[in-house]
Design a protein around this ligand. Structure first.
Ligand code: ZN
Length: 103
């Protein structure tokens, strides 16, 4: 039983006989992103990436996240909230940083 998103993606991809490159093209993402997901360097992929990969593999995000299907909406909402938090931190850092003169 695969334990991580990366392991699930790899298993589903291999079950289709696809290379990482083929999945990257089918999902419209970079090969490096597929490699990062499958090697679990990216522990939780960005929501849009996750949806692209799931669509390309013909499964729901539940199959990638290891959740029951009825929890898909909650899982997506949690990921969106996590991304918004990260974006807020970035914006706050940007506001706190001293303005530099354009060169
Ligand atoms: Zn589902």
């Amino acid at each position: 039983m695969p334990e991580s998103v990366g392991q699930r993606v790899r298993q589903l991809r291999r079950a289709r006989g696809w290379s990482q490159q083929r999945l990257a093209v089918a999902a419209g993402i970079g090969l490096g992103t597929v490699e990062a997901i499958e090697s679990s360097r990216t522990r939780v992929p960005q929501t849009d990436t996750l949806i692209r990969v799931a669509d390309a593999l013909g499964v729901g995000i539940c199959a990638l996240l290891g959740y029951p299907c009825e929890r898909d909406g909650n899982a997506l909402a949690r990921m969106e909230i996590a991304r918004l938090r990260e974006r807020l931190v970035e914006l706050e850092r940007g506001l706190a940083a001293p303005k530099e003169a354009a060169s």
